[in-house]
Design a binder for this molecule. Structure first.
Ligand code: SAH
Length: 466
């Protein structure tokens, strides 16, 4: 995003337009909707500019824009249809520290005006950074169609009642109240009895929600699988609840692109362990979930991969059950599945391995002990989570219990992310391969599964096939 969208307060601010032709008039039509003090400079003014001047809606000066006029101005539009004149205005703006837009010239402009859907006070701004004005117009037409014209009126009424509505419990109750007003009661009352009726409807609704609030749907917690990284690997359900959540408690491994799908107003709280940083204790995470849910919030507990795989889901659900808080679980794609997909090797295969064991190389005490003799049998493949630091230990245990040194090993780091690395190795050299490739995790180590795709990808960018 090169152009950052902002809404600038133009009330009583001077906005200058250099040029008074039809090109200038097109911009002025938009600017006249604002409360800016508009000054137009240019000798040959078109009829509209003269008319607006006569009506006192702007001031027209029949002369070129003088540099001194820029002093204290908020914005400048240059509308000369002439590269040299426009460049001069741009240079003037630069000297005086005022942002300049050159009409229809993206390269010379320091800001651009988006396509606008106007339902004042609701304004939708659409920008394509100049890449596809046609697309912007199409989106604008779509949005125009979807936003009823009375939306602005309803929003203006709502603005007066914000404080009163602010006394309703936050989160879902308040959201339900506003949707009730904007979707049904508001438009109906407006259609029937105009603004007066819409106001009355809003007051009635506030009273009824205030009364029912304690009985309103209590909050709940949804454990949601964020998948291994790529937001496209989220389930539709995960996407939906993430968008509805009031509070999102997320782990460190959750990809930032997934977090962007949360509502802007949602409270995002990182509860993961950052290496070296403060760590949330399980007890504190449970307490936070419970507290927010009891306050009526829809809480999404977002975990990397699948919450049911090495995600301490049971401990969290136990805590919620004990507190009598309702919960649900939305599964996700575990990193073992995603790593198998990207290395092009199925987790099981007739005749090769009929079983796959997902294991963690770490537990609360340190390296995790397993039935290594059983795990070392050919016919069983391993998907090791949290295995990097314990790689030497796992290798030693497996070889001690008879696994062949040439057993194929695949290590997949940051699976499904742009920086993904896949490395092929054997049981005998896996530790060296891990350090040679600079793998620091998060990574899955497959033992007994050779990669099909690319031997080592340390130097190659990830193939973006899908
Ligand atoms: N619930 C998660 C696992 C959490 S345990 C899941 O289902 O995937 C954390 C471990 O998961 C990491 O140490 C690493 O082994 C693995 N992991 C998580 N994200 C990963 C990713 N994008 N690529 C490779 N491994 C990942």
């Amino acid at each position: 995003m090169r152009h950052f969208p902002v809404f600038v307060d133009l009330k009583c601010q001077r906005v200058l337009v250099s040029g008074a032709s039809e090109t200038a008039a097109a911009k002025l039509r938009l600017l006249l909707k604002t409360e800016a003090l508009i000054e137009v400079y240019g000798e040959d003014a078109c009829d509209d500019v003269r008319k607006w001047h006569d009506e006192g809606r702007l001031r027209w000066f029949p002369k070129p824009l003088p540099a001194a006029a820029l002093f204290g101005a908020r914005l400048v539009y240059s509308a000369h249809d002439n590269a040299e004149a426009d460049a001069q205005v741009r240079a003037m703006g630069e000297r005086m520290g005022v942002l300049v837009n050159v009409v229809d010239n993206l390269g010379l402009s320091q800001f651009i005006t988006p396509a606008i859907v106007d339902r004042d006070p609701v304004t939708v701004a659409i920008g394509t950074e100049g890449a596809a004005p046609v697309l912007a117009r199409r989106i604008k037409a779509d949005v125009e169609e979807r936003l009823p014209t009375e939306l602005g009126q309803l929003a203006a009424i709502a603005r007066h009642y914000r404080e009163a509505a602010g006394k309703l419990p936050g989160g879902r109750v308040r959201r339900a109240f506003w949707s009730h007003f904007f979707d049904t009661d508001g438009p109906a009352a407006l259609a029937e009895g105009g603004e007066e009726a819409a106001r009355a409807a809003l007051e009635r609704l506030i009273a009824s929600y205030a009364e029912d609030a304690p009985a309103c749907d209590p909050g709940r917690v949804i454990l949601v699988g964020a998948g291994p990284g790529d937001p496209e690997l989220l389930t539709l359900k995960a996407r939906r609840v993430l968008h509805e959540a009031d509070v999102v408690l997320y782990d460190r491994l959750v990809d930032p692109r997934v977090l962007e799908l949360a509502r802007r107003e949602a409270e995002l709280i990182e509860v993961g362990k950052t290496p070296g940083g403060p760590a949330w204790k399980q007890h504190d995470i449970n307490a936070a979930m419970i507290e927010h849910a009891r306050a009526g919030a829809l809480v999404v507990r977002l975990k990397s991969g699948d919450p049911m795989v090495f995600g301490r889901a049971d401990e969290e659900l136990d805590g919620l059950d004990a507190a009598g808080v309702e919960w649900d679980v939305v599964p996700g794609i575990t990193s073992g599945s995603a790593a198998a997909a990207s290395s092009g090797r199925s987790l099981t295969r007739r005749g090769r391995n009929q079983a796959i064991t997902f294991l963690t190389a770490h537990d609360a005490q340190g390296y995790a002990e397993h039935d290594w003799r059983a795990l070392a049998q050919p016919g069983n493949a391993l998907a090791i989570y949290m295995g990097l630091r314990a790689a030497r230990f796992v290798q030693g245990r497996l070889m001690l219990h008879g696994a062949a040194p040439e057993t194929p090993v695949t290590i997949v780091e940051n699976t499904s992310r742009p920086e993904e690395k896949r490395v092929s190795a054997t049981l005998a050299n896996m530790c060296e391969r891990i350090s040679e490739a600079g793998i620091v995790g998060p990574a899955i180590i497959f033992i007994g599964l050779p990669a099909r795709r690319a031997q080592t990808l340390e130097t190659e960018p990830r193939r973006q096939a899908v």
